[in-house]
Design a protein around this ligand. Structure first.
Ligand code: SAM
Length: 197
């Protein structure tokens, strides 16, 4: 590894946000999963979470098939697999994350309203049926991107990018990218793993 490459890895890891993540609930199209993970990398998400589509493995992402039990990792943003959505929501809440379900309900708020400087997980729904009422009910809040046109919803990866960049905007303003959020030991370990895969 060249010194320049090592410096780039350090720069990126110093801006990683262990307190910002997504939970992809049965997102089944590989290009959507791929686009969401790519956005996660761009905003500094350390690791993403996913529940496999019913009865199948997680979508194949860059040659890697994510299975419900595999917990396989992408090179820059590992995707942690969960067996079921409700369990994943509760586990993340147990780790201190507010879970924001992208879901239209009576308690939905504009996606720009929540405080994304708090530990936050954005729950994204399946292309066909969205987030289940059960998972949306268990979430800390329901959020929507206002739709003013003829169609009712965005592509899931577009919705993810819109919301994650609002999170990035708030976190930049709060200075959360200015100092490493990772523990020094984790940063050093990841720098080694990224540099020598
Ligand atoms: N028929 C589904 C429904 O009723 O929810 C549509 C699902 S939409 C194509 C797929 C996912 O994209 C949603 O579950 C949500 O995660 C996200 N999404 C799409 N449009 C959104 C919006 N306007 N606000 C928030 N999330 C949105």
């Amino acid at each position: 590894m060249t010194p320049e490459r090592y410096q780039k890895i350090l720069r990126v890891l110093r801006r990683r946000q262990p307190t910002l993540t997504v939970l992809m609930d049965e997102v089944n199209k590989p290009h959507n999963l791929s686009a969401i993970v790519r956005t996660c990398d761009a905003v500094g998400v350390l690791e993403a979470h996913a529940v496999a589509p019913r009865g199948g493995p997680l979508a194949t992402f860059e040659g890697q098939t994510y299975g419900a039990t595999s917990g396989s990792a992408h090179k820059w943003v590992p995707v942690r697999a969960h067996a079921d959505t409700l369990g994943a929501v509760r586990a993340l809440q147990g780790h201190g994350f507010q879970v924001l379900a992208t879901h239209l309900s009576q308690r939905s708020v504009d996606y720009r309203d929540p405080d994304y400087t708090r530990p936050t997980c954005v729950l994204l729904g399946a292309e066909k049926w969205g987030v289940s009422d059960e998972a949306a009910g268990a979430a800390d809040a329901n959020i929507v991107i206002p739709m003013l046109g003829m169609v009712q919803s965005l592509n899931v990866s577009v919705a993810a990018a819109t919301i994650l960049f609002e999170a990035q905007r708030q976190r930049l303003a709060a200075g959360l990218y200015d100092a490493p959020q990772l523990e020094e030991a984790d940063l050093a370990r990841l720098a080694f793993e990224w540099g020598y895969p």
